[in-house]
Design a protein around this ligand. Structure first.
Ligand code: 3HC
Length: 690
């Protein structure tokens, strides 16, 4: 029949099997195979029921995303769905794994859906910046009602088996191999125990009130996003006769396909997978069943929580009993938060605390650990002392990791006689929530040790990104650079609240001043003091934040920073203005106004400049690795795909022009990265380097 879709006749049943690994995506071969299979079986008099199932790990997990943006190939998925729905013989689908998006839309077009226990279904298109474009917005409301369809389509969430049955997305739940279930279900259709109907024949009620309430909800929740609003419009069109509704869905689908958000969100989707492709991926990771963490502060406790939640056992070391108790409290609080957020059951939390978490104050007790992560103060002598001790007690082959956020991992490794076993594992705070994990491969790190870092990331459901050693690694190095442009604009007259609002409107969850307040202004203060010794005398220095810190205003934790806080609300700290005025006057600056556009352009150009250098000097493997770091660790707006994906939407020459213009004020800070010049010359993009 075709390489990926085969037909088999068993009794009166025509079985259609899809076999297109890894996830049976509905690429052109699957679509034409399905179309032809149904055409053939409909014409075969020996067949009275058609059952579609898939081999491998899942029923069709969606349209083939790799085809997006390329010229469409016939038949489209909508045509395949129409063919199934209008087939003169009953057609059923057997769903296992994750029938998502276009896969679920295929199932909606069959005349009954049998779920195999464990199946999770969903219409996640909105997360890719589009909407279900093969009838999902018209058929979901017919099957489960408008309200549930709006919720399902605008959230994109995966729906577990029992709920899918309750909602009416699937008609029955069976267990077994998909082919066996297909044969049994075809029999059930023949003997009348499994009812079939065409979804398009189901009446749907759409009230103006419900549409208005969803419009308002989505407006409040996703003011920056394009596709969720189109999803609501498309579902509202299910009030129309199906052919007209499908036309409206198509029109809105094409609008989404043409939007830059679609390209950004799909880039973000692939970035999560692309970062796993590292040179060390072919190595066999070492076993990490027994894990230890040194340091029970915010980071150490967060790392411990993350490992415990992933099912690992952890031994945590602290200096004394008091510090142990503090760590126990923090971890218990983190786990309780997990229970509250529905991430874990109370019994699991109890089991972890009783059986999986142990403490010690003696470093020698870590001699059984396969992996030891150090998360103590960011001071080189302290780190080196710990690694010297670890070298003496850790078992042969144990992996020794530092959670340093900027220190030289080569130097830390040099404190041991086994630098091949040492790497950096840079978690982001709060470590049990943030998904980014920078895996720092030092000069002598053995390849399988780096591979183990990635295996750990996967186990912890984190996104591991490979970085070489440098001050700050990928993320903090880029942050240190672009954060300075914020201070420069501020000193030159930009209103800090306007800066925050302009960048929040661009899509960041929080502007840079609000972030500083949250992180603690004392942290930036300490960093500036540390770096002061190594600073070039050409570097422009802005001291407003230091003056603010001198008042003991460290941001949220002291109730006051750039803003004053009243619960969740922030308002501008009225005492800041006098500090700004005097600092600007002392520096001889006549403040000027900035437009929102200029704020965003300068901020993003600074970020892109350092990100480009990080790629060019090999700190990051590819531009997409930098994008992943910002998407999963720095709250970069997902719909913009990451700083270097966004850079491609601007173009190398425009970026160079901007940098050269800004350089007229400060040619030390604003320097054109070589890679941008090369890209402008040969017309290439960051995307080409992925
Ligand atoms: N198209 C193309 N490739 C896909 C794909 C898709 N829809 N879904 C997954 N893949 C690829 C991945 O990129 C990965 O490739 P790689 O091995 O080369 O990196 C491989 O399949 C395996 O994917 P995962 O590593 O993600 O495997 P998991 O088992 O962890 O997860 C999954 C499986 C839950 C299916 C997850 O891949 C997923 O969520 N996929 C996307 C599902 C989706 O969004 N579907 C809707 C698509 S849009 C659509 O259908 C439009 C329609 O309405 C017209």
């Amino acid at each position: 029949m075709s390489d990926v879709v085969t037909v088999e006749i068993v009794g009166n049943a025509g079985l259609v099997a899809i076999d297109s690994p890894p996830v049976n995506a509905a690429g052109v071969a699957v679509r034409s195979g399905l179309f032809d299979a149904v055409t053939q079986l409909e014409a075969n008099d020996a067949v009275s029921v058609i059952a579609i199932y898939a081999k491998g790990r899942t029923f069709i997990a969606g349209a083939d995303i790799r085809e997006f943006g390329k010229p469409p190939q016939e038949p489209g998925l909508g045509a395949v769905c129409g063919k199934l729905e209008n087939c003169s013989k009953p057609v059923i689908s057997i769903l296992h794994g994750t029938p998502l998006g276009g896969g679920l839309e295929v199932a909606f077009s069959t005349h009954a859906r049998v779920g195999i226990a464990g199946v999770r279904v969903g219409l996640p298109e909105v997360l890719l910046g589009i909407l279900p474009g093969a009838g999902g917005t018209q058929r979901a409301p017919r099957l489960i009602g408008v309200d549930a369809a709006m919720e399902m389509i605008t959230s994109g969430r995966h729906i577990p088996t029992a709920e899918a049955k309750e909602l009416g997305l699937i008609d029955s739940i069976e267990s077994g191999d998909p082919r066996d279930v297909a044969i049994a279900s075809a029999e059930a259709v023949t003997n009348g125990t499994l009812a079939t109907r065409r979804t398009c024949d189901v009446k749907v009620e759409v009230s103006d009130e419900i549409v208005a309430s969803w419009k308002a909800k989505i407006e409040a929740k996703f003011p920056n996003l394009f596709s969720p609003h189109r999803c609501v419009e498309a579902v509202a069109a299910s009030a129309l006769p199906i052919d007209e509704g499908l036309k409206e869905e198509r029109r809105l689908f094409m609008q989404c396909m043409d939007s830059p958000q679609r390209s950004g969100l799909i880039h973000a989707f692939f970035s999560e997978r692309a970062v796993q492709k590292v040179p060390e991926a072919k190595e066999t990771p070492r076993d990490i069943a027994a894990m230890a963490v040194i340091g029970g502060g915010t980071m150490g406790s967060g790392i411990t929580t993350s490992a415990l939640m992933a099912g690992l056992s952890v031994k945590l070391m602290e200096r004394n009993d008091e510090a142990v108790e503090h760590a126990r409290k923090t971890i218990t609080g983190n786990l309780d938060g997990g229970v509250k957020r529905g991430k874990m059951k109370q019994e699991v939390r109890d089991d972890i605390l009783n059986n999986k978490l142990t403490f010690t104050t003696d470093i020698a007790a870590l001699d059984e650990a396969d992996l030891i992560i150090e998360a103590v103060f960011e001071e080189m002598p302290i780190k080196k002392d710990i690694f010297t001790q670890l070298d003496k007690i850790a078992k042969p082959g144990a992996i020794l990791a530092s959670n340093t956020s900027y220190l030289d991992v080569n130097e830390i490794a040099s404190a041991t006689s086994r630098p091949q076993d040492v790497l950096g594992l840079h978690f982001f705070s709060p470590a049990h929530i943030m998904r980014l994990l920078e895996v720092i491969a030092a000069e002598k790190t053995a390849p399988e040790v780096t591979a183990t870092g990635f295996a750990l990331a996967k186990k912890l459901k984190k996104v591991g990104v490979r970085s070489e050693v440098c001050d700050g690694f990928i993320g903090n190095r880029i942050l240190a650079h672009y954060r300075r442009v914020v201070d420069y604009m501020y000193m030159d007259g930009a209103d800090f609240e306007q800066v925050d609002k302009a960048l929040e409107a661009f899509g960041f969850a929080m502007g840079p001043f609000a972030v500083s307040d949250l992180a603690g202004l004392d942290i930036g203060w300490a960093t500036r003091k540390r770096l002061a010794k190594t600073r070039s005398n050409r570097e422009r220095v802005v001291d407003i934040s230091d003056r603010i810190c001198e008042n003991g205003w460290f941001g949220r934790k002291t109730g006051k920073g750039f803003y004053v806080y009243d619960g969740k609300n922030r308002s501008v700290n009225p005492e800041i203005k006098a500090i700004e005025d005097s600092e600007r006057a002392a520096a001889g600056v006549t403040p000027r106004n900035f437009t929102d556009e200029e704020i965003v352009d300068r901020y993003m150009t600074a970020m892109i400049s350092e990100a480009a250098r990080v790629v060019d000097d090999g700190t990051a493997l590819r531009p997409i690795d930098v994008d992943a770091v910002f998407l999963f660790g720095y709250g970069f707006p997902r719909f913009r795909g990451g700083p270097l994906h966004y850079a491609d939407t601007i173009g190398a020459q425009t970026l160079i022009d901007r940098i050269e213009t800004y350089a007229k004020e400060d040619d030390y800070y604003w320097q054109v990265p070589d890679i941008l010049r090369r890209m402008a010359n040969d017309g290439s993009t960051f995307g080409d380097l992925n």
